[in-house]
Design a protein around this ligand. Structure first.
Ligand code: TRP
Length: 355
């Protein structure tokens, strides 16, 4: 399929550190599939990291490169999908300013994802102006690419709702699209922006090796892509179920079996393990752990190999980002031009030139 005939999607990550198996299960695996059927833009939302980490800017830079290393290791192909650095797409910043004019301040502050983050991160009333602005910025991330679909987790749905509101309002205010127009008709009716939808995939949550919480770097319960085979074995060995003996009937929804379901692909083997475990048919947790570790290591092995090619080589990563960002700018500048023309801001044209 030619890239231009594929439906266009965009998604992104705020760079926070290296990726782990939870990211693979929750989002990256899906992206690796989507890159073959969709025109994909994967955004490194590095400006969003500045909302709370301005004092450690060098770490944000390091994390931005690390996340690309992990993307590549996990099989994202920078030829198929554009890997884009948010801070080098000026159209995003410009659209953020313009879209901010279309959103009532109180509407932004009612965004539940923002309120939740203020609570979780303990920001109180001390957050920067840039903090709520990031939510407006996220609408620009998506609309700059005129993406039709946005693969995200449940927690991002409020941002998508706001994005849809911005698209509708822009098209109504500046492009004469009727307030009664169906979302799917906006572009046909002369609107600059399609009204994008959130594409919330199934599953997407892997429990950590503590068997309790979602896998997360900060909780110390994560298996990283770059972990050695030994480390993987050791970590999986720690998954706690509370089961006492190989003959005790076990719960096949426990943490261990979430891993079985996520990583063992032989369906008949999975069914057999579940059957024996549920009956307590002389099958120990330790045995299951060995099989899980084998499956996880089989998944990680090619990822470790690919990652090695880029370790200690920031130049190669920067070159990949630059190429993807250049492609992104071609599209985003076109969108910006259309938006400026619609908003009576079209005075003259310009070209962005990476050197
Ligand atoms: N806010 C998202 C997160 O924390 C990252 C993100 C930034 C994003 N821009 C985006 C996701 C655009 C989807 C679309 O995970």
């Amino acid at each position: 399929m030619a890239a231009t005939t594929r439906p266009r999607i965009l998604t992104g990550d705020t760079p926070t550190g290296t990726l782990h198996l939870g990211h693979w299960v929750g989002s990256v695996k899906r992206r690796v599939e989507l890159q073959t059927t969709h025109e994909c833009y994967f955004l490194i939302a590095n400006m969003h990291a500045y909302t709370t980490r301005t004092r450690t800017a060098p770490d944000i830079r390091r994390d931005s490169l690390e996340i690309v290393r992990d993307y590549l290791a996990m099989g994202i192909d920078p030829v198929q999908a554009a890997i884009v650095l948010q801070s080098e797409v000026p159209a995003i910043a410009e659209l953020t300013f313009l879209f901010a004019m279309l959103l009532p301040f109180n509407r932004v502050m009612r965004n539940p994802t923002l309120s939740e983050e203020i609570k979780i991160k303990g920001l109180g009333d001390q957050y920067s102006f840039g903090f709520p602005l990031y939510a407006v910025g996220q609408t620009a991330d998506i609309l700059a690419f005129r993406a039709v679909g946005v693969p995200v987790g449940e927690d991002q749905v409020p941002h998508l709702e706001m994005t849809r509101e911005v698209a509708r309002r822009f098209n109504q205010v500046f492009c004469g699209v009727s307030e009664h127009a169906e979302d799917g008709d906006h572009e046909k009716l002369g609107g600059v922006f399609p009204v994008p939808h959130a594409d919330v995939g199934k599953v997407g949550r892997l429990v950590g090796i503590d068997g309790l919480n979602k896998m997360s770097k900060s909780l110390g319960n994560a298996i990283f892509i770059a972990d050695s085979p030994k480390e993987v074995q050791k970590k999986i060995g720690k998954i706690f179920t509370g089961r006492q003996s190989p003959t005790e009937p076990g719960d096949t929804n426990n943490a261990l079996f979430q891993y079985v379901d996520a990583f063992i692909h032989d369906a008949s083997r999975v069914a057999e393990l579940k059957d024996r475990y549920a009956r307590g048919d002389n099958i120990g947790d330790g045995h299951i752990k060995v099989e899980i570790a084998e499956a996880v290591n089989a998944l990680l092995e090619p990822m470790r190999e690919r990652r090695k090619q880029y370790e200690g080589n920031d130049g190669a990563i920067v070159a990949i980002i630059k190429e993807g960002t250049a492609r992104a700018n071609t599209l985003a500048e076109e969108t910006l031009r259309m938006a400026k023309d619609a908003a009576s801001l079209g005075y003259f044209t310009r070209r962005i030139d990476f050197v």
